[in-house]
Design a protein around this ligand. Structure first.
Ligand SMILES: Cc1cc2nc3c(=O)[nH]c(=O)nc-3n(C[C@H](O)[C@H](O)[C@H](O)COP(=O)(O)OP(=O)(O)OC[C@H]3O[C@@H](n4cnc5c(N)ncnc54)[C@H](O)[C@@H]3O)c2cc1C
Length: 399
């Protein structure tokens, strides 16, 4: 079959790499580079990124890692051990030690909440913030987790998503960092697509998608199947059919890349900065792959959910947080990147995702159509897996 894919982001490439094994695949990318919000930008000897924090939420065992292995990618993902530290009152704690920091009353409440979460005894219609009320420390910690992982505050995060995230975490475990960072993953997929004679056309912005009964057109070129890795909203605007019933709500964020000689974190772990005003967490990807930082330096990536619309004043709060985090002042800010509008953290914040399957010959893939509980690129992989399975079933029926 002839398959046309709009967008060479992670979602488009996952589908392209798998489908190019048995089909004629063409990927259209409007930008001059491949990888969308999941690739590296070399800057002053550091590998900063177009978006992501060089992290894979469920590491070497999650949906993305499994999809990569099945497709034939040999990228190596190093898991975090421990998964994370939680910073409270200027000190880092591992999860189980958090209980030692609170009063007996809060400890009992927190244990009750943890048990309710584990056994799913929770009202799915409330927010994570509401669920955590009554445990101030848990609320701070929960807020830093949702801010880092979903770019949402706890009150914006539906409990239904948290319950699924909890299940996926029990199944797959915590995060990891790929060797080569985001670009390590992207390069491995591009290599497969090239080997299979798939085409990736850069600087090629698609403006029109037309879907008919058994075929479709991308800017007048005919395909049997069309997959869009552009956001659902942009895809609907380009296409001749309306498929959005409820508009997805994007999530916004601010990322700061910092160079330092001192060591903030071990391995691939995250520090959830529960005691910062705006910053939700930080990591140090150069621990896993030294080539991500200039020699003799570490690359620290800090992320904050953008809570208010004035980006400039949000950045000011973030910079104040950084002053407080780097007590010895031994750091250099490499870049400050804000993510909103057409280039957000997620095209659909968790809980507002659409279904990737529009028709048997027209699909969406990416972070506007993540599965329930899919954290960022794990959600992108879930969408790709669903689309690929559907294409396989339909193709099987046709043949
Ligand atoms: C600050 C920040 C930190 C993050 N941190 C992490 C993290 O550590 N771990 C994690 O798992 N995720 C993280 N994410 C999220 C992750 O980066 C995204 O979920 C993922 O990259 C989205 O991939 P995608 O394929 O859905 O979309 P994209 O990467 O946006 O790819 C879509 C592609 O389609 C192209 N396109 C769009 N319209 C057209 C058109 N009309 N014609 C041709 N091409 C078109 C775009 O140019 C783009 O290249 C982070 C995101 C941000 C912004």
């Amino acid at each position: 079959m002839r398959i046309g894919i709009i967008g060479a982001g992670l979602g488009g490439l996952l589908c392209g790499a798998e489908l190019s094994k048995t089909h004629d695949v063409t990927i259209y990318e409007r930008l001059p580079f491949i990888g969308g919000r999941f690739t590296n930008i070399p800057y002053k000897g550091f590998q900063i990124t177009t978006g992501a924090l060089h992290m894979i939420p469920h590491g070497n065992d999650g949906y993305l890692a499994q999809a990569l292995k099945n497709i034939g990618s040999n990228v190596k993902i190093v898991n975090a051990e421990p998964e994370g530290y939680f910073r409270l009152n200027g000190k880092n704690h591992i999860y189980k030690d958090l209980f030692k920091t609170v009063t007996t009353k809060e400890k009992l409440n927190a244990l009750k909440l943890a048990a309710n979460l584990k056994f799913g005894r929770v009202d799915k219609n409330i927010s994570f913030g509401e669920f955590l009320e009554g445990c101030p420390t848990a609320l701070l910690v929960g807020n830093s987790f949702t801010g880092w992982a979903l770019s949402l505050n706890a009150y914006e995060t539906p409990m239904s998503e948290i319950l699924e995230i909890q299940k996926l975490h029990s199944k797959f475990g915590g995060p990891g960092i790929p060797i080569g960072g985001c670009k390590g993953v992207i390069d491995s997929l591009v290599e497969i697509i090239n080997k299979n004679n798939g085409k990736i056309l850069l600087n090629h912005e698609v403006s029109k998608i037309e879907i008919e009964e058994n075929k479709g057109y991308i800017d007048s070129k005919e395909f049997d199947i069309i997959i869009s890795n552009a956001s659902p909203t942009e895809t609907e605007k380009m296409s001749n059919i309306n498929f959005i019933q409820k508009k997805p709500v994007p999530s916004k964020g601010i990322k700061v890349n910092v160079a330092t000689k001192s060591n903030m974190v071990n391995g691939a772990s995250v520090i959830f900065t529960a005691d910062s005003e705006r910053i939700n967490g930080l990591n140090q990807p150069s621990n896993v792959d030294k080539s991500l930082a200039k020699e003799g330096h570490n690359l620290i990536m800090l992320h904050a959910t953008q809570l208010k619309s004035n980006t400039k004043s949000e950045i000011d709060i973030v910079l104040e947080d950084i002053e407080n985090l780097f007590i010895d002042k031994d750091y250099e800010i490499l870049s400050i990147q804000s993510y909103n509008n057409g280039w957000p953290v997620n095209h659909a914040s968790n809980g507002t995702d659409l279904n990737p399957i529009i028709k048997d010959n027209f699909f969406l893939v990416g972070d506007g159509v993540k599965g329930v509980g899919g954290i960022e690129v794990e959600g992108v992989a879930m969408s790709a897996i669903k689309v690929l399975e559907h294409i396989k079933t339909v193709n099987f029926k046709i043949n």
